[in-house]
Design a protein around this ligand. Structure first.
Ligand SMILES: *Cc1c(COP(=O)(O)O)cnc(C)c1O
Length: 236
């Protein structure tokens, strides 16, 4: 059995379950499940997982490392994949992210934003981006600290080579529901507070992973980044 067939069989069972959980969480909070997009996180899996995702109709795929994206994406050119860069981008790798990503979720500093913006301007386009905010308060997490987030969003949204569509956050790794609700809610409130900022061109909230996406949806997520719950544990 090829890994593609194995992944496809697993995904055929797992995707409807994930979609149902999304629908239930959306209904619980009076939201339309159609307003929540799945970004299927293929990082750490072989190419068979991308084939399986495409076969099941998923088109928004996420990678956290530019190197892995550069390795995977050429094989799937012309297949309608929208690649999402979801992990920290080193400035020297910004060129790859600018070229390959349909959306960079992890704009976590003004310096990275400025570099991406220059690349966008050189290419004659505005690179779609989200500003990553650190609403978990964990030092190890990336993103603009909450107290500097509004200034950060304003600075990034003013750059001519970016199209800033909203915010992204990563919750603490915990099963404490209250803490998760709180992190996601504060991210939504930041987006609401940022609504009047010039150049902010969207209302996307990228929040929620396999272990916390239902809570993220209840708090307003429009993009859930799902790896394990769709594809199982990453090998290695
Ligand atoms: C790996 C990763 C995910 C997916 O994690 P799962 O727990 O496997 O769903 C989501 N977001 C980011 C930024 C990641 O690096």
């Amino acid at each position: 059995m090829t890994d593609r067939q194995g992944y496809r069989r697993a995904l055929r069972e797992r995707l409807p379950r994930a979609q149902e959980r999304i629908a239930t969480a959306a209904a619980r909070s009076g939201r339309d499940a159609g307003a929540v997009r799945i970004v299927a996180v293929t990082k750490g899996h072989p190419h068979g997982v991308v084939e399986a995702a495409l076969a099941e109709g998923l088109r928004d795929l996420g990678e956290n490392r530019v190197e892995e994206l550069a390795e995977k994406s050429p094989r799937f050119e012309g297949r309608g994949v929208r690649w999402h860069v979801i992990g920290h981008v080193q400035r020297r790798k910004a060129g790859g992210a600018a070229r390959m990503a349909a959306l960079v979720h992890s704009v976590d500093s003004v310096r990275l934003a400025a570099k991406l913006s220059r690349l966008g301007e050189a290419a004659g386009r505005r690179i779609p981006a989200l500003v990553q905010v650190n609403t978990s308060g964990e030092a190890a997490k990336g993103g603009f600290p909450e107290g500097q987030a509004l200034d950060g969003i304003a600075t990034v949204a003013a750059l001519g080579g970016l199209r800033v569509l909203g915010l992204m956050t990563m919750a603490p790794f915990t099963t404490d529901g209250r803490m998760l609700h709180d992190t996601f809610r504060r991210t939504r409130l930041l987006l609401e507070a940022a609504a009047g900022i010039d150049g902010l061109a969207g209302r996307e909230l990228s929040m929620g992973m396999s272990n916390d996406f239902e809570i993220a949806i209840e708090e307003g997520s429009t993009m859930v980044r799902l790896g394990t719950t769709l594809f199982g544990e990453r090998p290695g």
